[in-house]
Design a protein around this ligand. Structure first.
Ligand code: CP
Ligand code: NVA
Length: 301
């Protein structure tokens, strides 16, 4: 039976650490290429735009000797209401894995139910597991280990934040999220994660002494109509130099990108010495390569 990656909770602690280790190894070997997925095809069903996730998955697949097929929102009969269960069974006959970027988490769950090939969540409204796997890789790359770190999330309790909560619940590192009232990530998740995860409303409380500061856009894809309202609510949550000054002197500042300078992050912080955002973006490719090996190629190197 195929393994799917719909949330980080589909992986064990050992599997997450193994993926990080392998991705760092691939990177250390200069983006190792192989023919492990020769003759295999990764389909990318994307209902939302993407630069990093799409391109990094495609290049990762090419580096493994495989091919990709990009299917945008209007390209399949799903746009004309062909049922997910039919599309999933048909695509499983042609493809070897599917990366899906869409709105509802229930869509990737339904695809996984009917696909006989691995389904990878490449972002939904609820979760962005691949992003946080590669972000964990970046933290390990820069800080050597996760234990003993204070990781701060400043801003919206969104899909990326929820995947960070899943990771903290499984791996046990300390995650402090600062989110405005009404934009918390959801108490059930926080309760599930246990004592590793704390949600506060003061961004300074989260940033104080932090070894990692993470942020993301205030209006995610699909929330465009809420943008003006969100801009007002989130203004005190900008990651600016004053906030960074409260953190550990060697803090790394992360953003999954795309960034809105002057909104969730100040230009001088994004471009400043603590920012690791472009290494973070690169690492998506290495982590996706490790993930495709794990889900599609199986054991071995
Ligand atoms: N970080 C991320 O997922 O970027 P894209 O939307 O460009 O894929
Ligand atoms: N939270 C953002 C992440 C983009 C990569 C969104 O969903 O639009």
């Amino acid at each position: 039976m195929s393994r799917h990656l719909l949330t980080i909770r589909d992986l064990t602690k050992e599997e997450i650490l193994g993926l990080i280790e392998r991705a760092l190894e691939i990177k250390g070997l200069g983006g190792q290429t192989s023919s492990r997925l020769r003759g295999k095809t990764l389909g990318l069903v994307f209902d939302k735009p993407s630069t990093r996730t799409r391109v990094s998955f495609e290049v990762a697949m090419f580096r493994l000797g495989g091919n990709t097929l990009f299917l945008g929102k209007a390209d399949t009969q799903m746009s004309r209401d062909e049922p997910i269960k039919d599309t999933s069974r048909v695509l499983s006959r042609y493809l070897d894995a599917l990366a899906v970027r869409t709105f509802a988490q229930s869509t990737v769950e339904e695809m996984a139910r009917w696909c006989s090939i691995p389904v990878i969540n490449a972002l939904t409204d609820q979760y962005h597991p691949c992003q946080v796997l590669s972000d964990l890789m970046t933290v390990v790359e820069k800080k050597k280990e996760l234990n003993g770190l204070k990781i701060a999330w400043i801003g919206d309790g969104n899909n990326v934040a929820r995947s960070w909560i899943n990771a903290a619940g499984i791996l046990g590192f300390r995650l402090v999220l600062a989110c405005p009232p009404g934009y918390h990530p959801g108490t059930d998740m926080v309760e599930w994660a246990g004592e590793s995860v704390q949600v506060v409303e003061d961004p300074r409380e989260a940033a104080r002494g932090a070894h990692v500061i993470n942020t993301d856009v205030w209006a995610s894809m699909g929330q465009e109509a809420e943008k003006d309202q969100r801009l007002k609510v989130f203004t005190p949550y900008q990651v600016d130099q004053a906030l960074v000054d409260l953190a550990d002197p060697d803090v790394i500042v992360m953003h999954c990108l795309p960034a809105h300078r002057g909104e969730e992050i100040a230009e001088d912080v994004l471009e400043g010495p603590n920012s690791v955002v472009f290494d973070q973006a690169e690492n998506k490719m290495h982590l996706h390569q490790a993930l495709l090996e794990f889900l599609v190629a199986g054991p071995g190197k």
